[in-house]
Design a binder for this molecule. Structure first.
Ligand code: HGY
Ligand code: MN
Ligand code: MN
Length: 397
């Protein structure tokens, strides 16, 4: 089974043009470029002999007849996304599906999940598809501008061709993805076979004090929500030091201040609090420390504290049989230049693994950069990755 590197790279660059900005893409879920990209992908799937299918939340499948191995990822991007995050896995899946068909099998279907980047949560499209998140609950999720998931997905209503495809239709799932970190690139290696994917917790936190005149309100009497956020972050870093490992991460990535004016003491600070680790027990311990620290800071500074919904996914192990097909293929095509690796990034494979055997294959990210217009991977590594994926699929038969 031989993928065609030129056709693969041409499709990858064609997908890049949807929402292209500088070297990256702006293609958030349900945006005009995202929907246009899905239309284009559906045509490419049809040309490849697959039956395009769009489910109620905009997950796009290219279906082979009968039971098939599902390959894919997502084609939506972060607000400022790299050109390969997700897109690589979808196009690699399409190319392997074509090569498998030309070779007379095995049957391969393709998927581009919707809203993996969590404009409305965390890996939302595959979470709903896998049954982890009821559609009625997802519909209530809002993005940072207040648009609801229901309103956004209605923009694709005309493309929906039917209900959710039952996961049981497929025999397994393999997602090819860029590493999005520095490990493979630093080591000069070509392939990562993912052993496990970390778990995540993500919630919005609000400190509420009193907005007041920035010139006349003495520092000692202020109930400044931004200062509360700063004190919280500082103290949290110190308190987490005893429970985390070098792989544990926590991020305050989004902050909105109210009234957000230079001459008004901030009365309200709403921020995203996200943390990730490979162990569920450590995620729970971190949550206790986060809530306890927020409570203490609010009390000391006369602030009230409130929380938005908590979104979370548990750490998952990748399927052993699919992993061995990937490691045998990697050893055959990139001997000594591959490794087992934990994924610090979340992926649709986490949700799919609740319903199907799932595995992932990484290729290097230059300088470990991702979720950034400068995200990139050497062409030779992209091609090596799709060949390893095809070889693994051939071995699975
Ligand atoms: O945030 C993540 O890990 C994924 O890239 N959305
Ligand atoms: Mn991704
Ligand atoms: Mn991403």
């Amino acid at each position: 089974m031989t993928p065609d590197p030129d056709r693969f790279l041409a499709d990858l660059h064609a997908l890049r043009r949807f929402g292209a900005q500088g070297r990256g893409v702006v293609r958030p879920a349900y945006s005009e470029p995202d929907i246009a990209a899905r239309r284009w992908l559906a045509d490419r799937m049809e040309e490849a002999g697959l039956t395009p299918h769009v489910d109620p939340v905009g997950n796009l499948f290219g279906l082979a007849e009968g039971p098939s191995l599902l390959l894919g990822s997502h084609s939506d991007s972060q607000p400022e996304g790299g050109w390969l995050d997700g897109a690589l896995g979808v196009i690699a899946a399409l190319e392997v599906a074509r090569a498998a068909r030309a070779a007379g099998g095995p049957a391969v279907s393709v998927v581009s999940f919707q809203d993996e980047e969590g404009r409305f949560g965390v890996t939302t499209g595959s979470n709903v598809w896998a049954g982890g998140l009821p559609l009625a609950e997802a519909d209530k999720l809002t993005d940072s501008a207040g648009t609801s998931f229901a309103e956004a997905r209605a923009r694709m209503a005309g493309m929906v061709t039917g209900d959710f495809i039952p996961p049981e239709r497929f025999t397994g799932f393999i997602e090819m993805h860029i590493e999005q970190g520095p490990v493979l690139d630093d080591a000069g290696e070509a392939v990562g076979v993912v052993s496990n994917i970390v778990g995540i917790r993500d919630m919005r936190v609000t400190f509420e004090g009193q907005h007041n005149h920035a010139g006349t309100t003495p520092m000692a009497v202020r109930r400044d929500a931004f200062q509360g956020l700063c004190a919280f972050s500082e103290r949290l870093n110190a308190r987490l030091a005893d429970v985390v490992t070098p792989q544990t991460v926590w991020t305050i990535g989004h902050v909105s201040l109210y009234p957000n004016a230079s001459s008004i003491v901030p009365g309200r600070a709403t921020f995203s609090m996200q943390w990730r680790d490979g162990e569920a027990a450590r995620l729970a311990r971190m949550e206790e420390i986060i809530r306890d620290t927020a409570q203490a800071v609010a009390g000391e500074r006369g602030l009230t504290l409130s929380y938005g919904p908590m979104l979370g996914l548990e750490p998952v192990q990748m399927d052993a049989r699919l992993q061995s097909a990937l490691t045998e293929a990697a050893e055959a095509l990139a001997p000594g230049r591959w490794r087992h690796i934990q994924s610090g990034a979340l992926h649709d494979a986490t949700n799919v693994s609740a319903r199907l055997p799932a595995a992932m294959l990484f290729v290097p990210s230059i300088n470990g950069i991702s979720h950034n217009f400068d995200e990139d991977t050497a062409e030779a590594d992209l091609v090596a990755g799709v060949k390893v994926l095809a070889e693994a699929v051939a071995r699975l038969g």
